[in-house]
Design a binder for this molecule. Structure first.
Ligand code: CTP
Length: 216
């Protein structure tokens, strides 16, 4: 039996979208592929996976419970509703900012002007990693880096308070592509995963999570 059998794991994936008005929004290029593959790999090893997902074109992986959300604040509420959990894996590309105001009616071009005021979104990973109660025993974040990948990711791990960071080298076509190169940063050091298919990265991470949860 796998150490993941019956373990509850919350995974976030995809981009969040932040409404400007009923027809316009801010978002980013995340496809959700890496997060969905991780959810699938964990479920395949027996975990009870809750996939909190922004809008994507992807089908829900087999044996995964998907919770659909749009904004970062919706994502945070959905994640909190799923706690306690054995692990939290933050793969989503959460929009860093949202419009200060969301119009309930379509804003006129002329009335809106050219300035959009933004406010910062909650940092879901940091929030969960620093919970006094209900902090999952294993909290994993992702980092998209174009340079100084491992140095920046080490700092990010400490800044966010998470246990591990999977640092993606996004200098190529990682966002939306089929491949990824990554470095896994933990308290014990780092492990480099050379460029490979996202499904292989998902399997590597699921294996590491399985080993870690077996000791918890
Ligand atoms: N994250 C989150 N909530 C946010 C922003 C990010 O949960 N509001 C999570 C992501 O899911 C990911 C990690 O934090 O696990 C990425 O952190 P972030 O600071 O956004 O790093 P980068 O995307 O690498 O960007 P930057 O280096 O510009 O901060």
């Amino acid at each position: 039996m796998s150490a993941l059998t019956g373990r509850k794991i919350v995974v976030t994936a995809g981009a969040t979208i932040e409404a400007i008005d009923p027809v316009r929004f801010l978002s980013n290029r995340s496809s959700g592929k890496q997060g969905y593959l991780i959810a699938e790999a964990l479920a395949h090893r027996g975990a009870d996976v809750r996939l909190v997902s922004g809008p994507t074109c992807l089908p829900c992986p087999l044996d995964v419970t998907r919770i659909d959300i749009e904004s970062a604040r919706d994502m945070l509420a959905a994640v909190e509703a799923e706690l306690p959990a054995d692990a939290f894996i933050a793969v989503a590309a959460v929009a860093d900012w949202r419009p200060a105001e969301t119009h309930t009616r379509k804003a006129e071009k002329s009335a809106q002007g050219t300035m959009l005021q933004l406010v910062e979104n909650p940092d879901i990973l940091k929030y969960v990693a620093n919970l006094a109660h209900n902090r999952p025993p294993l909290v994993v974040g992702f980092a998209a880096e174009t340079h100084d990948v491992s140095e920046r990711a080490h700092k990010k791990r400490l800044r966010k308070g998470c246990d591990w960071i999977v640092a993606n080298d996004v200098s190529g076509d990682a966002m939306g592509g089929e491949e990824n190169a990554a470095v896994l940063i933990t308290n014990d050091g780092e492990e480099t995963w050379p460029r490979t298919r996202k499904v292989a990265i998902a399997a590597l991470l699921a294996d590491r999570i399985e080993t870690a949860l077996a000791k918890m």
